[in-house]
Design a protein around this ligand. Sequence first.
Ligand code: INI
Length: 163
Amino acid sequence: MSKELTLLEGKLDATGLRVGIVCARFNSIFVEQLLSGAKDALIRHGASESDITVAWVPGSFETPLVIQKLAKTGKFDALIGLGVVIQGATQHANMINSEVSKSYAQISLETGIPVVYGVVTTENIEQAIERSGSKAGNRGASAATTAIEMANLLKLIPSAAKK
Ligand code: INI
């Protein structure tokens, strides 16, 4: 008798999920919009406001350390980093982007908790406006739905050694 395949897919249901969001204050005019998009998406998908923790740090470069600390508490199902790095504004932009994205991947692999990259990297302020709640959507909201899907997907994968 043939067995059906096993499909692992995270539902977009944030009921009961505990989510930490770490926000960079640099370019905060845009990051506030990303945060509001992320909170709105979490709550519209069933999360409770009391299950959402928000931390602010000076810039995107500082987000990984706080995300790592939060991940190690064991109190979160998913973590999201939000920031806006505008290329035109700094020569550090590429360095910040690559360090931050590498760190997020490393933290999630180390801790087993999804860390979602909600850092908007743009060439100019116009693109930052577009991606923080106008014509290109809200990257905070899409980071939140990614966090929900990944947190639920990981819950479906048994951690026990049974094969
Ligand atoms: N931080 C950002 O989040 N976005 C930026 O565009 C940015 N620029 O342009 O420099 C930025 N710099 C600050 C950086 O993240 C650190 O806070 C700083 O280097 C101190 O470590």
